[in-house]
Ligand binder design. Structure first.
Ligand code: RP5
Ligand code: MG
Ligand code: MG
Length: 279
């Protein structure tokens, strides 16, 4: 796999901490590098001990590489190593240790719902791309409040939660604003989307995410699943409304030139190829 890039971005998200610069040829832990001196940072929001975060190492020794009560500390990438009581990022150095903005030591599990439809013109005809001649897919995208980047409306898997539940819940919260809806509205949203989300979907990706929040000891992993509205008559009709950590929500064309958060562009490329769509 290619060396992570966003996990080495200079300024750490939401802080003024600068990562120790890690060149491509020094990313791997297998490369000896005695001069390596990463910056230590765990965000104040994590040190405050919210329910979603682990305590600091020392006072606490979790069962790494196992299902630890209801917290899944196993990695989709296989067993990870532990050094001085801390898990090591399976993709190598990031220039920063501690947990940064992430709550868990080791893998932080997320799920990414990729909801797609075919782009149509005003008469309902499918739109093909002028250059590739392939039909254009659209996906529901949100603009993240934390960094301003466009992204898939994904989120963290709660302890004990099934990935299938996280996919539907995060989509409802971030793209349909189910949080703010009154009970009747929420029920309507639930009924309209549970059909789409009860289909198996196409599993696009499962594993490490090159997320800007990753550190040497904490990192994002995800299961990305594509739910496709082939006829444009199910979820396409839903009124999108940004909620929770989303500032905006919109149907966006699936296209290689659209910059997206973390490794999300890579996931959309897989969807486009699978559906023989423009990329
Ligand atoms: C990314 O962070 C995942 O791919 C997922 O989209 C997201 C989950 O984190 P939050 O949206 O909950 O911050 O690595
Ligand atoms: Mg969320
Ligand atoms: Mg989210």
């Amino acid at each position: 796999s290619a060396p992570h890039i966003k996990a080495r971005c200079t300024v750490y998200l939401g802080s003024d901490k600068q990562r120790f610069p890690v060149p491509d040829d020094k990313v791997s832990w297998a490369t000896l590098w005695p001069e390596y001196s990463p910056v230590n940072y765990t965000a104040p929001s994590v040190l405050k001990k919210p329910a979603w975060a682990d305590p600091d190492i020392g006072s606490f020794s979790p069962r790494f590489n196992s299902l630890d009560g209801s917290v899944d500390r196993r990695s989709h990438e296989g067993d990870y190593s532990i050094q001085d009581g801390r898990p090591l990022n399976p993709r190598g150095r990031t220039g920063l240790n501690g947990r940064g903005l992430l709550g868990r030591w080791g893998p932080n599990h997320a799920a990414d719902p990729i909801v797609t439809r075919w782009k149509q013109d005003s008469t309902g005809k499918r739109v093909s791309h002028a250059v590739s001649k392939r039909p254009v897919l659209q996906f529901v995208s949100i603009k993240r409040k934390d960094c301003g980047e466009w992204a898939i409306p994904g989120g963290m898997v709660d302890p004990g939660e099934l990935v299938s539940q996280t996919l539907q819940r995060e989509f409802s919260e971030e793209a349909l604003n189910s949080f703010q809806a009154c009970p009747e509205e929420r029920k309507k949203i639930y009924e309209r989307i549970s059909k789409l989300f009860s289909s198996p979907g196409f599993q696009v990706y499962k594993g490490y995410v090159d997320d800007p929040r990753n550190t040497d000891n904490s990192w994002m992993e995800t299961v990305a699943v594509n739910f496709h509205d082939e006829l444009g008559d199910s979820v396409s009709e839903l009124p999108l409304q940004a909620g929770d950590d989303a500032g905006q929500v919109s149907w966006c064309d699936v296209d290689s030139s659209q910059p997206l958060y973390a490794s999300h562009s890579h996931f959309l490329q897989i969807v486009a190829e699978e559906r023989h769509a423009h990329w």
